[in-house]
Design a protein around this ligand. Structure first.
Ligand code: COA
Length: 305
């Protein structure tokens, strides 16, 4: 286990109800982390963010958060003396220097000094790639921080879950599932896509998409509601998606992931170079949002050789 994973597990098990993200003044990192932490955290956990001085809204941070449907308020990032820190129970420091005030010295703290994407020049695309890379790294870490404890699956649960092609009426629920996992959702339902929905008692609890380009397909938007994970539903969605791939004439499947590498490896996917993905599939939001940020690209044949 890497040290960030151990840190994330520590935060996860701490039971902290108020977490404070600290960064340097004018930090895009602080804004990225605050936006995603608020989107992922259960309702009872409060997330604050501050820096030694008052900052300003970073439009590129807003833009790359919007790619994952995370909205951020237009108010400038706050200075430490503007934030009520009395009940802070956990601190995440994102800057090299640690601005923790003396009053909070005894509080549980992790130090994740990540590269500040606002630093340095470059073309617009180069800057965006820097923002996406650090956003994706924070996403990976924060998903682990806010992973929730699962209830044991009900013995009869699997039998009551139906998987089938998604209908237009499922779109809103699918978008909610994707937003909760910080997966892109703006191009869901576009051309050359097949979507599956898993429903239980009329409620959509899982989804998976296939983007088709000739004999190639991109597995995308695979998500299971956190209360239903680790009980085989993702595997069932994958099996059903293979069937959709056969129907669509797809021979090779690709997937882009930074949080479910083990899951896909367990289903026959192997790492490939990002350039191996055919150009038509590289236009997908899952590819444009995650691959420049260093996510893993994997591939498998639809039928075993
Ligand atoms: C990835 C994801 C879709 C998997 O869904 P899931 O329903 O938890 O998947 P499964 O239950 O089939 O498999 C998950 C694990 O549970 C285990 N498992 C499966 N059935 C089980 C059962 N009956 N009892 C206990 N464990 C079981 C599997 O071995 C698997 O382990 P692994 O990850 O080490 O391979 C889900 O974790 C998710 O929504 N993640 C967030 C979104 C995301 O990252 N999507 C991928 C990018 S497109």
């Amino acid at each position: 286990m890497s040290s960030w994973e151990a840190d994330a597990d520590l935060l996860n098990s701490s039971g902290a109800r108020h977490a404070l993200i600290l960064s340097r003044t004018h930090s895009a990192l602080g804004q990225l982390a605050q936006g995603m932490a608020r989107a992922l955290a259960p309702r009872q956990i409060r997330i604050s963010s501050a820096a030694p001085g008052r900052g300003r809204v970073d439009p590129l941070a807003q833009r790359v958060l919007a790619e994952l449907s995370v909205g951020v308020a237009d108010e400038p990032p706050r200075a430490l003396d503007e934030v009520d820190t009395a009940d802070v129970q956990a601190i995440v420091v994102l800057s090299e220097e640690d601005p923790t005030p003396p009053a909070l010295r005894g509080v549980l703290k992790v130090h994740w000094p990540l590269p500040e994407p606002a630093d340095g020049g470059g073309t617009g695309e180069e800057k965006l790639a820097r923002y996406r890379a650090v956003r994706n790294e924070l996403r990976r870490r924060l998903i682990r921080v806010f992973a929730r404890e699962l209830a044991a699956p009900a013995a009869t649960g699997a039998a009551t879950i139906a998987i089938g092609p998604a209908s237009g009426g499922d779109l809103g629920a699918i978008q909610q599932l994707l937003a909760a996992s910080l997966l892109p959702l703006r191009d869901v339902g576009g051309a050359h896509q097949r979507f599956l929905a898993a429903s239980e008692g009329g409620r959509v609890i899982g989804c998976a998409g296939l983007q088709v380009a000739g004999q190639d397909g991109l597995v995308r938007s695979m998500a299971v509601h956190w209360t239903r994970r680790n009980a085989g539903l993702g595997s069932r969605l994958h099996e059903r998606l293979l069937f959709e791939a056969v129907l669509a004439g797809v021979r090779t499947l690709y997937v882009v992931t930074s949080t479910a590498e083990d899951f896909f490896a367990g289903h026959g996917f192997r790492k490939v170079a990002p350039e191996a993905v055919p150009a038509a599939l590289q236009a997908s939001e899952e590819y444009t949002a995650f691959v420049p940020g260093g996510s893993t690209v994997m591939s498998r044949p639809v039928s075993p050789a």
